[in-house]
Write a protein that binds this ligand. Structure first.
Ligand code: ATP
Ligand code: MG
Length: 382
């Protein structure tokens, strides 16, 4: 195992969105310096970085120079070419590794890897032509067809009920490779966040319970109110995926509990995750500090719940009439407003979130949803 990278060192974060920003804020609070690389000069993490490199993720020379000036590189986005991460690794440790990121950054590769390693996934097929898609949809309908690369927050996905709708769905997505998944009857969506150090030590947060609308996360609460045996099973699956992938850093695993009682992996992400933002309020360590500890080989906190906590996303839609008035949220005991400092509010863009803590998970969830309604009452319902 590597020697600890101590406060005073510089952490390089590839990706300067809200996840990089919140990771950088945690690193700063611990005494680290932070550099960020992002293609967008106005990225959210710019405000907390002492150096921001504006370059595409595919710019190998920029990535090498970036890595040469830091003691460790981590990332907040998996859509980074392997060649760039491999080049960075010539100058500083890169956690998670180029190989691990390569395995998960493509949905087809990731799903194939999960199935091949015996992790539970729902019925699915990988398709590369409209004809293959038509055959897969006929076999699995109703389905969701998902682009293999580049999709997030439900983008690049179409739901297909008609068994004959496969070819049209493939054409409408317009991607060279898609995953056709059977549409599952989901009772509950949960996620597990696991941190892993280079020496193989792991620690997981208690699962979160997540609510999506139109394929995008609306709210999340932890600890998930599910039977303890189910939570243990989910953590065991997540830790199996994390260690088999050889992740150093964080791995979020999204899981479905189906109406007929199956526990299935939906997808994984090798970075902080929207469904663990409430760890900043309710857990013994935040996901962001835990990431810093993992990539710097510091002891991991074994995360425990201090108080039930929930978050509600604030999408750009809330900015339709200008900056929302958060006064009513600030006035609610237990509620906080988290804004990412992004300049352009577009519909569907994650601009911030509300968080709430309360005595029970139900109360935390209800409080954050009340706060959201109080802030957005003038807007049409989403
Ligand atoms: P995100 O970036 O928000 O995680 P994404 O674009 O990667 O989203 P998925 O996680 O694959 O997309 O799907 C988003 C949501 O759509 C899921 O959380 C779930 O609510 C729903 N969904 C996805 N796949 C299925 C499925 N096979 N059956 C039923 N619902 C599904
Ligand atoms: Mg997802």
């Amino acid at each position: 195992m590597g020697t600890p990278i101590r406060p005073g060192a510089t952490i390089g974060i590839v990706g300067g969105g809200q996840l990089g920003r919140m990771t950088g804020m945690a690193a700063r609070a611990m005494g680290y310096d932070v550099h960020v690389l992002d293609p967008d000069p106005a990225c959210a993490a710019r405000a907390i970085a002492s150096r921001t490199v504006t370059a595409p993720y595919a710019d190998v020379a920029a990535m090498e120079d970036f890595a040469a000036r830091v003691q460790v590189v981590t990332l907040e986005i998996e859509q980074v070419p392997s060649a760039s991460l491999a080049a960075a690794a010539r100058h500083a440790p890169v956690h998670p590794s180029a190989e691990a990121v390569h395995t998960v950054q493509d949905r087809a590769r990731q799903k194939g890897w999960l199935a091949a390693h015996g992790f539970p996934v729902g019925p699915m097929r990988v398709v590369t032509t409209a004809e293959e898609c038509a055959v897969a949809v006929r076999a699995l309908a109703p389905c969701i067809v998902k682009a293999s690369m580049g999709g997030y927050d439900g983008r690049g996905q179409v739901r297909v009920r008609d068994p004959e709708g496969g070819a049209a769905a493939f054409a409408s997505i317009g991607a060279p490779c898609c995953v056709v998944e059977q549409f599952l009857e989901i009772a509950t969506e949960i996620s597990v966040m696991t941190a892993r150090r280079a020496d193989g030590t792991m620690a997981s947060f208690p699962p979160s319970l997540n609510h999506h609308d139109d394929g995008i996360l609306t709210w999340s609460v932890a600890p998930a109110p599910i039977p303890e045996a189910r939570a243990r099973e989910a953590v065991a699956v997540a830790q199996g995926v994390t260690s088999t992938l050889g992740i150093v850093g964080l791995l979020a695993v999204e899981l479905f509990i189906t109406a007929d009682g199956r526990l299935l992996v939906n997808e994984t992400a090798p970075r902080p995750h929207n469904t663990f933002h409430q760890t900043e309020r309710g857990a013994s360590v935040s996901q962001f500090e835990q990431l810093v500890r993992a990539v710097c080989s510091l002891p991991l906190e074994v995360p425990t719940t201090l108080v039930p906590a929930a978050i509600h996303n604030l999408l750009g839609d809330c900015w339709a009439d200008g900056e929302p008035d958060f006064t009513r949220a600030w006035a609610m005991p237990g509620v906080r407003v988290h804004l990412y400092g992004k300049p352009g509010a577009r519909p569907g863009r994650k601009m911030g979130h509300l968080s709430a803590v309360a005595g029970t998970t139900d109360e935390a969830r209800d409080l954050v949803r009340r706060a959201y309604r109080a802030v957005t009452s003038a807007l049409p319902p989403r």
